[in-house]
Design a protein around this ligand. Sequence first.
Ligand SMILES: [Zn+2]
Length: 433
Amino acid sequence: MTLLIEGGQVLRPDLSVEHADVLVDRKSGTIEAVGDPAELDAADESLDASGGLVMPGLVNAHTHVAMTLLRGYADDKPLDAWLSEDIWPVEANIESEDVRAGAELGILEMIRSGTTTFSDMYFHVPEIAAAVEESGIRAVLGHTAITVGKDEDAARADVEESLEVARDLDGAAAGRITTTFQPHSLTTVGTEYLEEFVPRAREHDLPIHFHANETRDEVDPIVEERGVRPLEYAREAGLLEPGDFVAHGVHVDESEIDLLAETGAGVVHCPASNMKLASGMAPVQRMLDAGVTVGLGTDGAASNNDLDVFDEVRDAAMIGKLAADDASAVPASSAVGLATAGSADVLGLDAGRIEPGAAADLIVVDLDAAHLTPAPDDRVVSHLAYAARGSDVRHTVCDGRVLMRDREVVTMDAPAVRRRAADHAEALVERSA
Ligand SMILES: [Zn+2]
């Protein structure tokens, strides 16, 4: 039960590039060896990596995968108006079959563009889990709870569901699914619910995933009402333990960056969404300098508008320089690191690195393309950050299993997935009119 990825170059954990083969143990789903072809055991399955680069599968650490149905539905508005006028009214009509169709579309797009793990926040989560199970991708799932604007019973039921879903689905899909408890954000979940439910999540060792410091409009009311910065409030409410992570972290001050570094909680940077909604520029280089664990996410497709993490890598490098007013900030190596080891570390996964013992979640990127030429070894990381795109991915492997071979996703019926998603999207918008 072994898979040999042969004839290519390999991106090592220190981001150097060398010619090597990669031997995968398909049974355990881990990398067995990296090295000279002559020294590796024969395998019973192989993938041709010649002319390509074997690198860790990209990890999309914050998304709302089923929002692919709302791709292009509402653009060019700030976060609060976009959510309240466009997204939430439609999401109120979303049914479980819609979530299934949207999740399948998002997963198809991610496997195509080299993502092997995604961390999701949504509802009707068992449908997303079923799509994960069938497609072979890895995921960190959860039900996102909102209490504002709800009566006591409905609010409590929503938070209870977040806890239950996280407990029920942890370890599903042969261990490829892990879970998080998910209060939606610090302004959409009441303090009393955090006080009650966070300790219960800790009893079950559940990491906590929530949105924080995304826009100024979200930060200011907390500062005015409580006299403390949002992440300080989060800490007081029992959040920010090691393993927890916040999506966005755009408007964080020095004290909050220090708090993230001290607690070991992670941040998922979502540069495209932050630019599109004009939310602001996260101080990524300052966070990295302070020792914060930072990963990368696309956020939902409706605010991106695709799930191609290669785009996100480039955006992170670009906006990181603007935010720091320094062209040397968030260099290519850091940007690539965010989407691989960085995101895997945020999610607590032994992945994101091509090394023996790590999860066999890897991709082969075709370097044989005009926009990636010339490609001597010392320019490959630059190309990954600034010139490569998701369509350059030739093969995708997750948990030791081939999900895409020669640009064909073998675990999903791509035309049927696209057709079903388009039908569900159309019906959903009609129902919401
Ligand atoms: Zn989000």
